[in-house]
Design a protein around this ligand. Structure first.
Ligand SMILES: [Zn+2]
Ligand SMILES: [Zn+2]
Length: 313
């Protein structure tokens, strides 16, 4: 620990003074790891920050005489090509400035990029259209972006779905279930928006200007590929509820029931299936075998017969 250069402590002290609570310094074997979340410069208007990234600088034991290791993580609103541009710029900077404290300048490089690209890149995951000038969109506290109108639709539907599921519950479970909570459609962080206000925003511009749907040759080829893939999955028993219905949804069988279906193919398959499930102590396959419970032909998630049918081929 004593071998860490005094300049390192000076640098960290200066960073702490500037960044205050935005800086976290950990130590790995006495060597500092500096972590800070970098935002674009938008003055006091935090609402206008659409992107951010965490910069991690792992100092080396002889820093600043050798370059630190630098990573970017937890990026929000930035696409991969932009991140690799930033990476490249950081590497250039490191190469040119070996021997000097560099962390603050790295932060500035990242901040400069973020300020220039302070627009959500990529698509709104709800409508899959991009963000263009004039779109009304919103940033969640977890730094995910959606067209306001899209988010309104999503929240209305997710509440409706919650209520539908709630109605199906028996009373004792209703009493225990948590009240509806809006969540981010990307990361499920709890969010809280006024749906009425969001709903007043216009729909995404690209959705209005999008050309009418046309079945192109490319789409037809894709369709053909997909249906071949589906046929293959159906054939291998990988598709539930298509064609062959598999075992009935709930099979309650008694010793007497076991007599008949054993002769048919599906009966034999089910037998194989349940042999694997039943503990090895009851290997006896005679017709007067004891009642085995209602779950024959089910895998553990109660989906009918997938495992059994797949294994039989
Ligand atoms: Zn959208
Ligand atoms: Zn989120």
């Amino acid at each position: 620990m004593a071998s860490v250069d005094m300049r390192v402590y000076d640098e960290i002290e200066a960073l702490e003074a500037i960044l205050i609570e935005d800086l976290a310094v950990k130590h790995d074997d006495g060597v500092p790891i500096i972590e800070t979340v970098v935002h674009p410069s938008t003055g006091d208007q935090i609402d206008l920050q659409y992107v951010c990234v965490t910069l991690v600088v792992k100092l080396t034991p002889d820093y600043p005489e050798s370059s630190p290791e630098v990573f970017l993580k937890n990026s929000r609103g930035l696409d991969d090509s932009l991140l690799s541009d930033i990476d490249l710029k950081i590497k250039e900077k490191l190469d040119r400035h070996v021997g000097n404290p560099i962390v603050f300048e790295l932060i500035e490089i990242v901040r400069e990029y973020l300020t220039k690209w302070n627009l959500p890149s990529g698509q709104c995951v709800i409508c899959l259209h991009g963000f263009v000038k004039g779109d009304v969109f919103i940033k969640t506290p977890c730094y995910h972006h959606f067209h306001s109108n899209c988010l309104a639709k999503h929240l209305i539907n997710s509440e409706k779905y919650y209520m539908e599921e709630y109605e199906k519950l028996p009373n004792w479970q209703r009493a225990q279930s948590l009240p509806y909570q809006q969540t981010c459609p990307v990361c499920r962080c709890a969010i809280s928006f006024d749906v009425k206000t969001l709903e007043e925003a216009p729909p995404p511009i690209e959705s209005i200007n999008a050309p009418p749907f046309r079945l192109t040759a490319e789409l037809k080829a894709l369709q053909a590929r997909m249906s071949a893939m589906l046929a293959r999955q159906v054939e291998r028993g990988g598709v539930v509820g298509s064609g062959d219905d598999g075992p009935p949804l709930l099979t309650i069988s008694t010793a007497a029931d076991n007599e008949e279906p054993r002769s048919s193919t599906s009966g034999a398959q089910r037998e194989t299936n349940s042999d694997r499930v039943v503990p090895s102590t009851s290997t006896d396959n005679t017709p007067d075998q004891p009642y085995r419970g209602p779950y024959r032909g089910f895998n553990r998630r109660a989906k009918p017969g997938r495992r059994g049918r797949g294994a039989a081929r």
